[in-house]
Each structure stands twice: as C-alpha cells, then as structure tokens.
Design a protein around this ligand. Structure first.
Ligand code: ATP
Length: 368
C-alpha cells in the first residue's frame, strides 16, 4: 500500500508572508521525514499584491482551480499598503477564497507558552489554553464593503446587516462541540461557551437558540453562555477559565485579537478557516512591511498554523500519522519555549526567522 499524499496549495504572498511560509513548509517537511506515513506536496501558487502590481491579477491564471482541487490551502500573508485597487481598497484574494469556499469556521487557538512575557500578573495566566471559533462568512461582516452587497447607504443614512442563518449556525455549533470533544480526549476541559448578545438582538437570540438545540446532541459536553461585553471583561479577569468559545463574526474578530494579545504578539497567532469541502490555514498576522526582508519576523504563527492544517488533514483522511505530526510540531514549540531555546526577536530575544525555524526543526527531529 502506498503512502497517502496530500496536495497543499501554497501561497507565500507578500512581505513576511514569504519568509514565514518557507519556515512552515520546512518544519512540516521535517515532521513528515521524522514520522513517515504521509507525503505533503506543496504546490506554489503565485498570488498577492506584488503579483497584482506586475500583472494586474491577484492570483495567477489557473491558480484558483489548483487551489480548489487541493487537499488544503496554506497562505502566508497578502497585501501591501502601497498597492491598491483604484477605489483605494487593498488587494485581498484571501477574502474571495473565504467566500468562494464558504470557510465558515474560523479557529484561533490562544495558548500561553513559557518564557513569553506574561501580560496578566496572575500566575494562572500560564494556564491560558482556549480556542475562539469565529463564524467567518456572515454575521456583521455580511454586508462588509468587500462583499459589495446592497444595503442602505446614502449621504443621510448607512446601514449594515447582521445576518445569522440556521444552516451555517448549526454547522458552526456542531464544529464547536466536536472540537470540544476532541480537546476533552486530549485531557483538556472540553467545554463550550456561546458568546452572543442574546439579550438585545433577535439575530443573537436565534444564534443562542440554535446553540441550545445542537447542544442537546452532545450531552457529554458542558456548556456555558456569555454576553460579548462580559466576555471581554472575563478575558482580562480569568481567561484561563475558558476552553472553546463560539461566536458571531465581528465579536470573534475583536475577541480573538484581545485574547491573542494576552499571550504574546501577532507572531504567535495561528489561524484556520474551515468549510465543508476546503480548509485554509494562515498566520493571523499580515505582511508586516515594516520588518519585511530583515529576517526579524516570528515564524511560529505560520508554523503552528501548519500544525492546525495537519490536524485538519488527519480528520479528513483518517491518516493518524498526520495527527502525530501536528502534535510533534506543537510539542516542539512548547518544549522550545519551556527550555528557553526559542527566543524570537518579537519578544526581545536574539533569534530571527531563520534561527527560530532551525531550532523548531531540531526539536522536531530530536524531541520525540
Ligand atoms: P493586516 O491588515 O494585513 O493584518 P497590518 O499591517 O494591520 O496587516 P501586521 O502586518 O500583522 O498588521 O503587522 C502589525 C504589527 O505587528 C507590525 O508592527 C508588525 O511588525 C508586527 N508583526 C506582525 N507579524 C509579525 C511577526 N510574525 N513577527 C514579528 N512581528 C510581527
């Protein structure tokens, strides 16, 4: 029997996206070599603001088809402030892919690692380990300017719509419960908090009602409820008390930056965007033009996004070596910080992109 191989449509993109994608590919390849049992084929697709400047297109011809045919999509970062469409908006094929593939489940893990400056003084902040599940195709982003949907917009009044559909919300909540189930099997609490504003908005009461309906199908998962304003407070007061949090698009956008800020910087913020057929993985940060080409970017957000992608492929294919590879990478990062062997410049350390990558690869090879 041949080993399973997976096609990864890989967009390095712009700025530091190029460097951190190369780091993530190198680390995933090291994990593949260490464990065997699967093969990753990185199919490089040209896309981004740089490409747009040269050719007038934001994804190379034929690229969308290759992306659509792939088993997963990995993206570095896209966009450069100096390159824009004539109407002033930034080049953003990423949002088009999100819409095209209906990537409704946005997952953002938020975890404290040892030796990264702690923003909260309580020692309990060392135990922060949660996942924000942000609905990513509707909610208050439904009428966002990038989608160009018709809403009231005159010189006297402008309206945006908060749209919650049953179809997407059922899938979203099921995703949250399954994720909690998986975390529980790994020894984590595995409970789900529904974050909404059900006391004010009908759309949010509907979101909560569907949460309660779906929760009945997962009786082993403990549930909780929180209004988004109280959740912001609790993320500062006791973020270690939460496990999986599921929420509307805009609330998730804001809360994930707040929670991410509690455990480090953008260079640690991994992200997955998952739909029924496709999954896109990328660091949550942008192209960071202020540090591009200087070997200063922290590649760990991209590397941890790679681990999320391997976990996704494991679920999709039932090839368990992929899940082992994801664990191996996460464990390498954890050990690297615990032993003070990972010291990214982002946190005042002496290691640039290449040094951090080399150390993670070393740990992947020797820390099993
Ligand atoms: P976008 O709108 O695409 O998210 P942005 O310009 O708002 O982009 P980033 O590109 O994420 O935001 O950069 C914000 C700040 O964070 C910059 O000062 C950048 O130097 C820093 N930063 C972002 N990513 C990293 C990283 N991986 N390592 C170190 N610093 C980073």
């Amino acid at each position: 029997m041949g080993i399973s191989s997976f096609q990864i449509a890989t967009i390095k993109g712009d700025g530091i996206g190029v460097d951190v994608t190369e780091s993530a590919m190198a680390v995933m390849t090291a994990a593949q070599e260490a464990l065997g049992g699967f093969a990753l084929n990185f199919d490089l697709v040209q896309a981004g603001a740089g490409l747009f400047r040269e050719t007038g297109q934001d994804i190379e011809p034929g690229g969308e088809k290759r992306i659509s045919d792939a088993d997963a999509i990995f993206l570095g970062a896209i966009g450069l402030p100096s390159i824009r469409h004539p109407d002033g908006t930034e080049i953003s094929p990423h949002l088009r892919l999100r819409e095209m593939f209906q990537l409704y489940a946005g997952i953002r893990p938020v975890k404290a690692y040892a030796n990264i400056p702690r923003r909260l003084s309580s020692p309990e902040a060392d135990n922060i380990n949660l996942v924000i599940l942000r609905e990513s195709t509707e909610g208050l982003f439904y009428s966002a300017a990038v989608h160009r949907r018709d809403t009231v917009a005159t010189n006297e009044e402008v309206q945006d719509i908060l749209r919650i559909t049953r179809a997407t919300t059922e899938k979203l909540h099921d995703f949250a419960f399954k994720l909690a189930h998986k975390r529980k099997s790994k020894g984590l609490p595995g409970h789900v908090t529904c974050v909404d504003k059900a006391n004010v908005f009908r759309s949010m009461a509907f979101f909560r009602k569907i949460f309660e309906e779906r929760a009945a199908q997962f009786p082993d998962i403990e549930i909780g409820f929180s209004y988004v304003d109280a959740q912001a407070l609790d993320f500062v007061r006791k973020p270690w008390a939460f496990d999986v949090l599921v929420t509307e698009n805009m609330f998730g956008d804001i809360l994930s930056d707040l929670a991410g800020g509690l455990v480090g910087g953008m260079g640690m913020a991994a992200c997955g965007e998952i739909g029924d057929e496709h999954g896109l993985f990328q660091p949550a940060h942008g192209s960071a033009p202020d540090i591009m080409g200087e070997d200063k970017a922290n590649p760990l957000a991209a590397i941890l996004s790679g681990a999320l992608m391997l976990e996704y492929l494991a679920d999709k294919s039932s090839v368990s070596a992929l899940s082992d590879a994801a664990d191996l990478i996460e464990h390498a990062v954890e050990t690297g910080f615990a032993q003070n062997r990972l010291r990214p410049m982002e946190f005042g350390g002496d290691m640039g992109t290449r040094k951090v990558t080399e150390e993670v690869i070393h740990l992947v090879k020797h820390n099993r």
